[in-house]
Write a protein that binds this ligand. Structure first.
Ligand code: AKG
Ligand code: FE2
Length: 308
């Protein structure tokens, strides 16, 4: 296991926990060439790769903010099987289950995100992420919460747009409540900044938080700097309150980069029933096998044997 009881306790109490070097070099280094292929062409050229200085009344500000979200993709990725499988890494799944205290999880979000110095304004005010994950509010019951992972494929220093956060107890003390729907006044924002912690970590590190935590993105300031990360969300199986992507939303997406390479436990996180589920019959196995050439249906077939 790459996590401990102490990490789980920290996540529950503070809302955040960081595990440095969660992924090995062998796991994250190959993904750098995927990121280069996907985003290398948008990297600002010399001369435009310096810290962006924008004032709050810059009329371009809205565009510069939205530009920051452009250099992102959603699973399945137009890249290697390794890139497609990293957000379903068995240790990530195990950690999500342990944090939520459940036996089964679904992955409901998986993004790549490349940030470059000078490309966009990544500076954010303190916020919680629940607005686009639920129509109600963050849950209190442990198993109904969400696990939102961010992991980094490049080293992150304060000059690489390190995420800042405030622990739940500090946020409550400063704001006088833990009622995230209220929004943050500028004065409160600066009080949170005074108490913030910085996620400056080596490549391969993992940050776990939830949709009820106060955090913010910041600008990259190092000339020619880049920050490659992935954002991955898990919820308990059957938690219909939480959603982000609909994996089935469009035909023709590059699932062949993932499905034939994944184990049943990884596919189950996308909603594909585990072997032994009553969905699987000789016919559904045959049709699924011809839809996804190369998929290993043996475990599903073996689970049928008892049926016959
Ligand atoms: O990328 C980051 O460091 C944080 C971004 C963030 O919090 C957001 O976009 O909601
Ligand atoms: Fe956020």
């Amino acid at each position: 296991m790459r996590f401990s009881q102490d990490h789980i306790r920290q996540w529950r109490e503070d809302g955040f926990c960081i595990i440095e070097n969660f992924f090995t070099k062998e796991e994250y280094l190959p993904l750098l060439s995927d990121f280069e292929k996907l985003y290398g062409s948008v990297a600002p050229p010399p001369g435009q790769d310096e810290a962006l200085v924008v004032s709050p009344d810059d009329e371009n500000l809205r565009k510069l903010k939205s530009d920051g979200f452009k250099i992102m993709d959603t699973l399945p990725y137009d890249g290697s099987a390794e890139l497609n499988l990293i957000s379903l890494h068995p240790q990530l799944i195990a950690f999500a289950k342990a944090l939520l205290g459940v036996d089964g999880v679904h992955m409901y979000q998986s993004h790549t995100w490349a940030k470059y110095t000078g490309l966009a304004d990544y500076e954010q005010t303190f916020h919680c992420d629940f607005n686009n994950h639920t129509l109600t509010c963050p849950a209190e019951a442990e198993e109904l919460r969400t696990v939102d992972f961010i992991f980094y494929l490049t080293d992150v220093s304060t000059e690489h747009g390190a995420l800042r956060y405030v622990t739940k107890s500090d946020a409550k003390e400063i704001l006088g409540h833990d009622f995230p729907v209220k929004g943050i006044e500028l004065e409160e924002h600066y009080a949170l900044v005074d108490r913030e912690k910085t996620v400056a970590v080596p490549a391969g590190s993992l940050l776990a938080h939830g949709i009820d935590t106060m955090h913010r993105g910041t600008n990259l300031t190092l000339r020619g700097g880049r920050r490659f990360s992935m954002t991955v969300g898990f919820k308990a199986v059957g938690n219909d309150q939480i959603a982000f992507h609909t994996w089935q939303a469009a035909a023709g997406r590059p699932w062949q980069n993932l499905i034939p390479h994944a184990a049943p436990e990884q596919l189950a996180c996308l909603g594909i029933p585990l072997p032994g589920d009553r969905f699987w019959t000789p016919r559904t196995i045959e049709v699924t096998e011809s839809r996804w050439p190369g998929i290993d249906m043996e475990p599903y077939k073996r689970s049928l044997i008892g049926f016959k």
